[in-house]
Design a protein around this ligand. Structure first.
Ligand SMILES: *Cc1c(COP(=O)(O)O)cnc(C)c1O
Length: 396
């Protein structure tokens, strides 16, 4: 019998670095928030990515919330946000009572379409409105059209936030994702390329990075002021990362390169063994990108007789985990009142059950599957998964 194969699960270092750091924390009673591991994890991320500043937080979602606050987003402000992503990208916009406007993707990058972004700016300029921030995502470790998006944001003088939760270690023309925009966020959630058991980090790349960093540290520690007594003039949050959690993250950071190499091997294996199947296409990787290949994802031609949900089901029968592409946020009931901007002129529903539509992001969702990309997979596991898929294609 084959063992259960996960989509992506925690993979501690072979050397046991994480446990050593936890033991150290116990030995010195540095168990709670803050401590050496937190500082070292922040330094490690700054050294790796080249960000000006990094602040460790309790989650990637908390980091996004702090990025929006640091960019000055408040009630009623408009934020242009990529539609094809996990809800955590956009939820903090609502925490701040701001107004998301969702932007479609393009097929070349699966991420925010620069043309749709420009259209959105023009549409809102016409009614005398300008967003206070733009949020772009590097889904699955694929780099967005970041140069174009940076340029558009600079033209309109609007801060850019990069959601690099899934793309830690992805490099575009020598530069790490998360450092192109004014702010970047990283996640150390359990299924990400490295995990701290849960946690995140805010990257700050602005000119006034020191001042923004101090503000974020202040907000994320309950907005407590440096007085002998508890003094508050602003509403704060309990968002700081604990030292035990940071110890796990610190150990994991030492094996990030190894994990990226394995993820890339998994992608290459699937390409080699499934690349010839009719109607099957791999996620795009823009030229000049060293992707971390967090999850190998595919599209199946809409008119092909195997549907994504058939594939997910047949894998599940073989005890293999896979999942659909993120359902675009403009199609989510919770965001149904929000505006959506696309280069596609005629947008209508193509699948009443899932709610997929004719937008580019709707099409990627409708036709896409994330294949198991767990770094603990052996060659035999990969062979097993590919056999299930090729058998399905051959109609066995
Ligand atoms: C995981 C993830 C987040 C949120 O990170 P958490 O650490 O789970 O809060 C945000 N955006 C994207 C695209 C993600 O995949």
């Amino acid at each position: 019998m084959e063992q259960h194969i996960s989509l992506a699960s925690p993979h501690m270092s072979e050397e046991g670095y994480e446990l050593e750091y936890i033991k150290e924390a116990f030995a010195t009673n540095m168990i709670a928030a803050l401590g050496e591991h937190v500082t070292e994890l922040e330094k490690g991320i700054v050294n790796l990515t080249g960000a000006k500043k990094a602040v460790a937080l309790s989650a990637g979602t908390a980091a996004m919330h702090m990025a929006l606050k640091a960019a000055g987003i408040g009630q009623g402000d408009i934020v242009f946000c990529q539609s094809l992503t996990f809800s955590a990208t956009a939820n903090p916009i609502i925490y701040e009572k701001a107004v998301p406007v969702f932007i479609d993707s393009d097929m070349e990058s699966w991420n925010m379409c620069p043309k749709a972004l420009e259209l959105a700016f023009q549409k809102y300029e016409k009614i005398g409105k300008r967003p206070k921030a733009v949020i772009v995502v590097h889904l699955y470790g694929i780099c967005a059209h970041i140069d174009e998006i940076v340029e558009i944001c600079q033209n309109y003088k609007v801060p850019l936030i990069e959601d690099a939760a899934e793309s830690l270690g992805t490099i575009y023309h020598g530069q790490h994702t998360g450092t192109f925009g004014d702010y970047g966020i990283i996640s150390f959630n359990g299924n990400k390329i490295i995990t701290s058991s849960g946690g995140g980090m805010l990257l700050i790349n602005t000119e006034n990075a020191d001042e923004r960093e101090a503000k974020v540290r202040y907000w994320s520690t309950q907005a407590r002021e440096p007085r002998r007594w508890y003094q508050h003039t602003e509403i704060g949050y309990n968002y700081r990362m604990g030292n035990i959690v940071a110890g796990i993250g610190r150990g994991q950071l030492q094996v990030l390169d190894r994990r990226i190499a394995k993820k890339r091997e998994i992608f290459a294996y699937y390409q080699k063994h499934l690349g010839d199947l009719e109607g099957l296409h791999f996620m795009p990787i823009l030229e000049g990108t060293r992707s971390n290949c967090w999850l190998t994802s595919i599209l199946i031609d809409g008119n092909f007789n195997v549907k994504p949900l058939d594939l997910i089901e047949v894998l599940e029968k073989g005890d293999v985990e896979s999942r659909p592409i993120w359902k675009p946020l403009h199609l989510q009931p919770v965001f149904k009142e929000c505006d959506f901007v696309s280069t596609v002129e005629e947008i209508f529903c193509v699948n009443a059950e899932t709610g997929a539509d004719t937008s580019i992001s709707g099409e990627i969702f409708h036709n896409g599957v994330c294949l198991p990309s767990d770094t603990k997979m052996t060659e035999a596991d990969l062979e097993y998964v590919c056999k299930i898929i090729t058998d399905l294609w051959r109609g066995k």
